[in-house]
Design a protein around this ligand. Sequence first.
Ligand code: ATP
Ligand code: FE2
Length: 327
Amino acid sequence: MICLGIEGTAHTIGVGIVDQDCKVLANVMKMIDGSKGGIHPREAANHHAENIVPLMHRALEQAELSYEDIELVAFSQGPGLGPCLRTAATAARALSLSLGADLVGVNHCVAHLEIGRKITDCKDPTLLYASGGNTQVIAYSGGRYRVFGETLDIGIGNMIDKFGRSAGMPFPAGPHLEGFAKKGNRLLELPYSVKGMDVAFSGILTAALQLHRKKARLEDLCYSLQETCFAMLVEVTERAMAHVEKNEVLLGGGVVQNKRLQEMVRIMSEERGASMHVPPGPLCVDNGAMIAWTAIVMHDAGIATPIAESAVKQRFRTDEVDLPWMK
Ligand code: ATP
Ligand code: FE2
């Protein structure tokens, strides 16, 4: 089974081609220039529309396949920005119809989990998913992937990028923040916002921007931001693991490429006798391969998405997805 998957929930349009054994034959993507501020959904959708066909050609070229070899077409059905989702869905519908191949609509968050589970060979992990727009702790429980905790306002990556923009860092700011943080050593006080199992970042952002205006040393500020926010994530992840009695933690989303975050999660895992699993970078960020792989898993379990049911779902919840393959 060869599946072509299209990811287009937010600022990235991606095309991945994956086979039955989860061999990634191609995984190409293009991201809008986010340096000037947040994402404008319409502009992002236009960007995706311009790039989707060239990306499909490039993916097939890399995979050394032709369109006729594609047996399954997948797309990110949600959650995400309406215009972006619709652009990816339209391309997927057109391709599936013209090839006569089945179509599968995939939940973006479930896809982060499924590709991570397969690639890192963990069985029943607790996922810490920390990206630009999302921050969630997810685990399998009672037949569904449940969200045990999440951000109450902005995603951690958005917070980092907003801070970075004010501090003059290029977009995306994450890797630059990490670089400055390595040279910091003084822990400045920032609000620690864990509420039950949830976290919040906008108060921390405001406090960090204030300290920046008061000329706090940037290295110390980046260090303090990382230590505070990552400790919050680790706390909630650990509590979820204890609650569901799981001993694997899987990382997903662009922010988990941060080495200090990985180190903190590793320490927590080791103390609990658990293992940590990190997929390679291109499979951590938003990408088409994770959509394609999840579609193969779903299709094997008898799931396909008729065109009439292929409308996008901007608020597609992780726990709405049936998981017959987990039974
Ligand atoms: P979503 O999955 O919610 O649609 P997204 O597409 O914005 O979000 P990703 O592509 O998964 O997210 O990740 C991008 C984010 O990861 C950016 O906010 C970026 O700053 C952050 N990031 C990348 N590298 C690092 C790093 N080393 N440390 C911290 N953050 C990082
Ligand atoms: Fe994502």
